[in-house]
Design a binder for this molecule. Sequence first.
Ligand code: ASP
Length: 335
Amino acid sequence: MPRQPKLLRFLLPLAAVLLPTSAAAHDPEQAEWSIAIHGGAGTLQRDAMTPEREAAYTASLQVALDAGAAILRDGGTSEDAVLAVITLLEDDPLFNAGRGAVLTWDGGISHDASIMLGEDRSAGAIAGVSTIRHPILLARAVMEDGRHVFLSGEGAEEFAGDHELERAEIEYFITPHRQRALERFRAREVALEDDEHRFGTVGAVARDREGNLAAGTSTGGMTGKRWDRIGDSPIIGAGTYADNRACAVSATGSGEYFIRAVVAKSICDLMRLSGMGPEEAGDNLMAEVEELGGSGGVIVVSAQGETAFSFNTSGMYRGRADSNGVNEIGIFEEE
Ligand code: ASP
């Protein structure tokens, strides 16, 4: 993502608002269906990545992307595509969601997840749960129930009891890699601002053939988190947002900054109100996050099916596919 000088970053959005809509309007290539996915953004050096590790990440992302794309190709909903991608990545110990989630200060597990549909802006979110194999399915259950949007902790676990959701023991979620990460964090070998300790959140955004958008995000949060800390991932408007009038967004990064910049909803607002395309709007919000001191990235799909990635880190596990034949996986910045 090219960084713009500060003045330009200020003037561009202003110009977009002031210019007549026709001049500022974006002219995207229409895709009947499209999907973009991520598996987290952070510092990632190519020479520190072994070919085996790179192949493993690429293969996992491709399997998840293909599952989502197949649903959309067959006329399935964006909601189902997003859920298919996220449940697969939650099962995959490479990513910081479900199995393989980072550990809390006490060595525990605390999942956060959210989902939103662009058609009616219905949404469901959960935070601080530790016994549900697929946290994103609990978020979906909250959305379907419809009485509330956001449940947390014991209450969310109790709510899960009324729904047919698969449970898992804590041992299922914990991996040796995340245990070592916690030890290093507690020994202060890894600083709080080091994005290594939160890498691997997963998310997906999609547009289906009906033109409906959906977005979802699932994470274990940040290594060593305490005091029931909740990041941006389950916060509707910050880590996840979908609105058929504009876009669907899933974010990943240092959550505190994404909350303060209300990233996901702000990207949709820039697109809807100023006619920006998904990349420009994503870059704008990532510039704001960076200005506040945060790092990470977003995936965006527009109402017309155009997809975009925007990140200010050296790497972002990502992929996209659409009805025009696009099918790609990326890890490093230059890809
Ligand atoms: N945004 C997540 C959080 O702050 C972490 C991440 O996406 O890497 O909990």
